[in-house]
Design a protein around this ligand. Structure first.
Ligand code: KIV
Length: 289
């Protein structure tokens, strides 16, 4: 008797069928150059995604999916992103690429994996791209990262940069307050933005800065800016998806909640628990007769 068999993946939750949406969705992935061309044009939509199913749900609505190192806090309950490992980023990055079809997937390089030298950054970024299939990486930092951004970009690795409030530097910054409140700090961040844009980043996240600074950066750099706690004049916007869905009690000033999922999940769990305890679940419809 043959011992070989084929798995019936059609009954699996992982069956690779894109979620049907009301409008027809082209199943061709956007490209980094297509995103670059959106400078000053149609606003770029970016959300974080950390899991396959969430990627599948967000993908038709986004231009970019960011596998942010915010997953350390959102998924793993860590207190800062400093503790996020490269293996975590690669595992979640691969899941997001696997179930997205349209968006450009960008993966954060975690703290400690790229700062040392352009060569170290190249090795990390190449591993991320090879093992996940993502199209680009993101790294934090100002002018000091310009040589690294140039080195990667010239070697076929598109880099999204990140200035302003850079969470991996929380220990140096002393917290998560908005940046650019003093003239000197605003001037420094603007110079950082110009230096890394000049070095060749294809897009620039501007996080947690006073609004006039975000406007000035957007005007000063040739690449699209993507704001979070920045300005509506940025070329695009990003939010941490769990913040946007209302999964956390704490709502930072820059977040708008588009749902209240935490309350809905809690309510569903309470109703499930009640049904189990009163032996109303499983009902007839859930039994194999
Ligand atoms: O890690 C992340 O989610 C980010 C965004 C907040 C931009 O860097």
């Amino acid at each position: 008797m043959s011992t070989t068999f084929t798995l019936d993946t059609a009954t699996s939750r992982a069956h690779p069928v894109p979620v049907p949406v009301p409008v027809p969705v082209p199943l061709r992935r956007l490209t980094v150059p297509a995103i670059q061309k959106r400078k000053g044009g149609e606003p770029i939509v970016m959300l974080t995604a950390y899991t396959a199913r969430m990627a599948q749900l967000l993908d038709p609505h986004c231009d970019l999916l960011l596998v942010g190192d915010s997953l350390g806090q959102v998924i793993y309950g860590l207190d800062t992103t400093v503790k996020v490992s490269l293996d975590m980023m690669i595992a979640h990055g691969a899941a997001v690429v696997r179930r997205s079809y349209r968006s450009v997937v960008v993966i954060d390089l975690p703290f400690g994996s790229y700062e040392e030298s352009p060569q170290a950054a190249f090795r990390t970024a190449a591993r991320v791209m090879q093992e996940t299939g993502a199209a680009a990486v993101k790294l934090e930092g100002g002018a000091v990262m310009a040589p690294t951004i140039k080195f990667l970009s010239e070697r076929g690795i598109p880099v999204m940069a990140h200035v302003g409030l850079t969470p991996q530097a929380v220990n140096a910054l002393g917290g998560y307050g908005a940046r650019g409140r003093s003239e000197a700090e605003a001037a420094k961040i603007l110079e950082d933005a110009k230096a890394i844009a000049e070095a060749g980043c294809f897009a620039l996240v501007v996080e947690g800065v006073v609004e006039p600074l975000a406007v000035a950066i957007t005007q000063a750099v040739a690449c699209p800016t993507i704001g979070i706690g920045a300005s509506p004049t940025c070329d695009g916007q990003v939010l941490v998806v769990d913040d946007m869905l209302g999964m956390f009690e704490r709502v930072p000033r820059f977040v708008q909640r588009f749902d209240d999922l935490a309350a809905r999940i809690s309510d569903a769990a309470a109703r499930y628990a009640g049904s189990v305890r009163e032996r109303r679940f499983p009902g007839d419809a859930q039994l194999y007769r």
